[in-house]
Design a protein around this ligand. Structure first.
Ligand SMILES: [Zn+2]
Length: 228
């Protein structure tokens, strides 16, 4: 059920070859949630999630500007199934901002599971943005929490720094990467998802929905080796 979402939809020549994309000073690599709990052995493991580490390390070396996000929940967070008596992980509940999928407890503040994967080597990352720390609201996106209204501050940070084009990689393709890409697009940033440096959870058709959304919103996807 789970596979690498590596279908590239843009930057192809008529012959089908991928056009190389050069990185500019105004570009930023956004590395989403490459944390132990989202990797094999973690509390909310994305299948093959650890496979993004090596390509992201290579990619990061090509970018002057890198931002990391870190899912960072207090114990008893509302997105945890354990906070809803009788509910199990991956069921859905209605909350004031819409439908919320319930997850296993994961990325609890200060735990090993919330730490970045040991193999992630991006010492020049300029910002670690934590999200999901408000007890009653989840935050898939790096830009807005799940009500799609509460900002994380990242859009303002990027604007103040003159960073206008966002490349996104990480976990999971069909949740935090997807929401980050959609919100960045909504905020008028140029957005490219580096699909083979992501892995998906794929629950309830989320992978297909993500691909359809990217096509609808004209969010480009690209292979990591196309970035030079
Ligand atoms: Zn979370």
């Amino acid at each position: 059920m789970l596979r690498c979402p590596n279908a590239c939809t843009t930057s192809r020549t008529a012959a089908g070859a991928t056009m190389p994309t050069a990185i500019a000073d105004s570009d930023v690599l956004l590395v989403v949630d490459v944390q132990n709990d989202f990797c094999p052995g973690g509390k909310l493991a994305v299948p093959h999630g650890d496979e993004v580490v090596a390509p992201i390390n290579r990619l990061a070396g090509r970018f002057q500007h890198v931002v990391l996000t870190q899912d960072w929940h207090p114990p008893g967070h509302r997105s945890f199934a354990s906070s809803h008596p009788g509910k199990r992980p991956f069921e859905t509940v209605a909350v004031d901002y819409g439908q919320q999928i319930l997850w296993p407890d994961h990325c609890v503040q200060g735990t090993v599971g919330a730490q970045f994967h040991d193999g992630l080597q991006i010492p020049h990352a300029e910002l670690v943005l934590r999200k999901g720390f408000r007890p009653t609201i989840d935050s898939y996106s790096a830009l807005y929490e799940n009500d799609r209204k509460t900002p994380t501050g990242l859009a303002g940070y990027l604007r103040e720094r003159g960073l206008t084009r966002i490349f996104i990689a990480g976990l999971a393709f069909d949740f935090c990467v997807r929401y980050s890409a959609e919100d960045a697009r909504r905020e008028d940033f140029a957005v490219t998802v580096i699909a083979d440096a992501c892995r998906a959870i794929d629950v309830g058709g989320s992978l297909a929905a993500t691909r359809a959304s990217f096509a609808r919103l004209d969010i480009a996807t690209l292979a990591a080796d196309a970035i030079v």
